[in-house]
Design a protein around this ligand. Structure first.
Ligand SMILES: [Zn+2]
Ligand SMILES: [Zn+2]
Length: 222
């Protein structure tokens, strides 16, 4: 499976400049018919927990995201009151200033919450997929995981059928929940042809080592 949209070299992680799809660092050319040669995607993901979890690129991705959230929030805080004042929906009276203050405070709180989430360390676990519930309808699909300490957790899949299919009963899973990295890793990736980027969830080929969309390293075994 070769993907069209590529901003980073999926083999060495270098940035691909402009329209240039061929990597200047390692020569990998995604535009050819068989960029991976005769190598099969099956087995390429490897087995075992990845040791890439401490890679500096995860912090880079979340840092960019924090910058984006900050800029976006500041734009909202400026643009929305400006629009409301110009359109005449709000005046520069006591009521207008109160509405603007409340709106701005709300945007800032949401931004602080999102930024804090990228830095927070949460519960990490290992477990085994015990059951899958195909709820169709309101609740969405759910993966049921029996943790090693016996507890049960539900992973909501909403209507993401690709991810729902990715997890199979019996799969060993590990939840990484650390600053700059929160994702679920499968121990045995040899039966899959895709890997999800740990940073941006972009669907990658198992023969890739880096996410073509954001440049984060993929979690692979040996
Ligand atoms: Zn490269
Ligand atoms: Zn990514």
């Amino acid at each position: 499976m070769a993907f069209e949209k590529t901003f980073f070299c999926t083999q060495c992680g270098s940035i691909l400049s402009g329209k240039n799809k061929v990597c200047r660092s390692c020569g990998f050319d995604i535009t050819t018919d068989k960029p991976y040669g005769d190598r099969s995607p099956l087995g390429a993901g490897g087995t075992g927990w990845s040791d890439a979890v401490n890679d500096y690129r995860f912090a880079g991705y979340q840092g960019n995201r924090r910058t984006y959230i900050t800029i976006f929030t500041l734009l909202l805080v400026i643009a929305i009151p400006t629009f409301l004042l110009l359109s005449g929906d709000l005046g520069m009276d006591k009521e207008g200033i109160t509405v603007i203050a409340v709106l701005s405070a709300m945007f800032l709180l949401i931004a602080l919450y999102s930024i804090r989430n990228t830095r927070k360390k949460g519960l990490e676990w290992t477990g085994t997929v015990e059951d899958k519930r195909d709820y169709y309808g309101s609740q969405g699909n759910v993966i049921l995981v029996r943790l090693d300490d016996g507890k049960m957790v539900e992973l909501p899949m909403a209507d993401d059928t690709v991810k729902y299919d990715y997890f199979k009963v019996g799969d060993r899973l590990k939840k990484h929940n650390r600053p700059n990295l929160r994702t679920i890793e499968k121990f045995d990736k040899t039966r899959d042809e895709v890997l999800f980027c740990p940073s941006c969830a972009y669907m990658c080929d198992t023969r890739d080592d880096y996410c073509g969309s954001c440049g984060s390293p993929l979690l692979k075994g040996r």
